[in-house]
Design a protein around this ligand. Structure first.
Ligand SMILES: Cc1ncc(COP(=O)(O)O)c(C=O)c1O
Length: 422
């Protein structure tokens, strides 16, 4: 039990972290070495946008994909230049086109839903579960219509959505389940790797993620046809189709979503180091779970047996009534302590101007009024915060100070709430 009489920094007390916390950097000399080897060879990308031996990329790309497929026990892993392009390719591979609906969660990075718009589909937002902020399977079931083609579930913050239940629903209704697994590489649900439970799964390798190659993504699937369609979207499929006389998938527009050889070489090393890079987060999460358990106003992620949360970020659910102050004031006070916390994870996406009145050809095709997803609204405005403290190198040694900062702020709830900062 942390007992404190010390004042919060916002009320004139001493700031907890006066030093800048170090930034998470995942690369090492091994990645440098791998990149140098590619540079020495000079083939920085080895794709050609037409059928033939280079349609599927060069040596490093194929090597990364083989490793990824092996690691996650899937038949196909296709690299792309971001998870955003991977999501777009996955939505197109799922067959989404004009007028088709795709059910998506509200609190996620915007690319989850823009990918649907990019494929000329209509995102239909349904609410999230309060406990996880991941899409609610019951809300999904209620939203399935004759026009529904796919569901996108996001394994948010590194923890699992109810993806097995969603897969069951998708199979029952002949829909494609896409897992947006950008935030949860090596996370698990009931002993299965996240990203591999849906018909398609999409990983991100952008620089904020546990493993990265600057920008990049991977699409996984066990389905040969879906894999082929992703490959067509990735690399000017219209050319490949024409020269091979394929009779299927001729309507697919191909893009340049290709990962370079340099990025693939770096990503290969990062994949080999995935557990090494995940472990410190799990250690900090365990210490935070324990340290924060004494505060009635805070709840941390509950991880079910058989599941594995990999903490892209560490979510905290805040009870303003218990705390005696608002979430925003709590976050403001913690920021003043030098703690890396964020309230308002993301605005429910249907409240972005793009989605509020989604248009095709200048005509509104769907309106999403504020308030359609009450759990998302509540998390956004009152209860959810997240901390990137989980990523701080050597953060395990700082957990006690982080918890003490929280204790201090909560102990002065009344003064903070009355706005008496100095
Ligand atoms: C849930 C989610 N989906 C998609 C993306 C897009 O990833 P990328 O930056 O690789 O395009 C992100 C990136 O932060 C994400 O968090």
């Amino acid at each position: 039990m942390v007992v404190t009489t010390e004042k919060p920094a916002l009320l004139g007390g001493t700031k907890t972290f006066t030093e800048a916390l170090p930034r998470y950097i995942s690369t090492s000399t091994q990645e440098t070495e791998a990149a140098v080897q590619v540079l020495k060879k000079g083939i920085l990308s080895d794709y050609i946008g037409a059928a033939g031996p280079f349609f599927m990329g060069g040596e490093q790309v194929r090597n990364l994909e083989a490793q990824w497929a092996d690691y996650f026990h899937v038949r196909h892993a296709l690299s792309v230049n971001s998870a955003t392009s991977g999501l777009h390719a996955a939505v197109v591979a799922a067959g989404v086109s004009f007028g088709d609906e795709v059910i998506v969660p509200p609190q996620t990075m915007s690319a989850t839903a823009t990918a649907v718009v990019m494929a000329n589909g209509t995102p239909v937002f349904v609410d999230q579960q309060e406990a996880t902020c991941c899409i609610d399977p019951e809300a999904v079931e209620r939203a399935i219509s004759p026009r529904t083609k796919a569901i996108i579930a996001v394994n948010l913050f590194g923890g699992p959505a109810q993806v097995l239940r969603l897969r069951e629903l998708a199979d029952q209704h002949n829909l494609i389940l896409i897992e947006d697994n950008a935030q949860a590489p090596a996370g698990q649900h009931q002993g299965l790797y996240l990203g591999t439970i849906g018909h398609l799964g999409v990983f991100s390798l952008n620089c904020h993620k546990t493993i990265q190659c600057g920008e990049g993504g991977i699409v996984v699937t066990n389905d040969d046809r879906l894999a082929r369609r992703v490959a067509l979207v990735r690399n000017h499929g219209e050319n490949a189709i024409a020269s091979e006389n394929w009779d299927e998938d001729v309507d697919i527009v191909g893009y340049n979503y290709r990962l370079t050889e340099l990025q693939a070489a770096i990503a290969s090393v990062q994949l080999q180091r995935l557990e090494e890079l995940t472990e410190p987060r799990l250690e900090i999460a365990k210490a935070l779970d324990q340290g924060l358990s004494e505060f009635k106003a805070l709840r941390t992620a509950k991880v079910d047996t058989g599941d594995r949360h990999v903490y892209y970020t560490y979510p905290i659910w805040f009870d303003p009534n218990q705390a005696g102050m608002s979430r925003d004031r709590f976050v403001q006070a913690l920021k003043a302590e030098g703690c890396p916390v964020e309230g308002r994870y993301v605005r429910p996406l249907y409240r972005l101007p793009l989605f509020e009145k989604l248009k095709h050809d200048g005509k509104t095709i769907i309106s999403h009024p504020t308030g359609i997803c009450p759990n998302a609204e509540k998390a956004y405005s009152e209860t959810l915060l997240a901390t990137s403290f989980i990523q701080v190198p050597g953060g395990i040694k700082l957990v006690d100070r982080f918890v003490a900062a929280i204790a201090k702020v909560l102990a002065y709830a009344e003064e903070l709430s009355n706005g008496k900062e100095q």
